[in-house]
Design a protein around this ligand. Sequence first.
Ligand SMILES: C[S@@+](CC[C@H](N)C(=O)[O-])C[C@H]1O[C@@H](n2cnc3c(N)ncnc32)[C@H](O)[C@@H]1O
Length: 230
Amino acid sequence: MAGGTYAGDVTQRLPSAPGDAPEPQPTHEATTHGVGPHPEPWPDDPRLDPELLANGDTRNVVDRFRYWSMDAIVAELDTHRHAFDVAIENWQHDLNIGSIVRSANAFLAGTVHIIGRRRWNKRGAMVTDRYQHVRYHPDVSSFLEAMRAEGRPVIAIDNTPGASRIETAPIPERCVFLFGQEGPGLTDEAVAGADGHLEITQFGSTRSINASAAAAIVMHSWVVQHADLP
Ligand SMILES: C[S@@+](CC[C@H](N)C(=O)[O-])C[C@H]1O[C@@H](n2cnc3c(N)ncnc32)[C@H](O)[C@@H]1O
């Protein structure tokens, strides 16, 4: 997306009372935190977006990316993305997918794969999907075939029979974590076709944790085993 239109895109204008000037309203991308217009003279840096410099930057980005264009941020993230990908089965429009994408961005996953329906609820993603590479696969078999072709081991994540504990198992550095949906969990086809199968150990009475919570724990487990911490 062109950074030039960005600041305008993130703010809805809603009138508060007849005759009042419209107030900018926070949207999913615009937070109440941020920075105002950059004092002049502006830095001579092609990564900076003139419209953000002029209007301020209230996007949901870490401070070091303030005023950067979206394209420049994605290009910078691409230079050091982690070796794990994330995949989600999407048969019922699961609301968790947005939060999983947001965690994938926070933990710097390589690519997010969505298997099944192309439409997914982006609300929980807080616009992080635009900084992420997202690939679509029509079904489990084409996803497994694509991963096999690029030599990326598929690790099924579900607390179903045959799983090893993620707390003690070595996690391959290069891999793709495959998550199921609320309700049905991972399909049998997905578990059978995977190269590994891990579960998060639970101690209480509930059968499972929320899929996006599980995804965040799994990505962080990868970070604990493999990431270079700054
Ligand atoms: C809410 S669970 C539903 C299925 C679950 N197996 C059951 O029996 O209720 C949805 C997804 O969250 C993830 N998940 C939830 N709890 C997990 C756990 N303890 N270990 C690994 N994955 C889990 C899995 O990817 C699962 O497919």
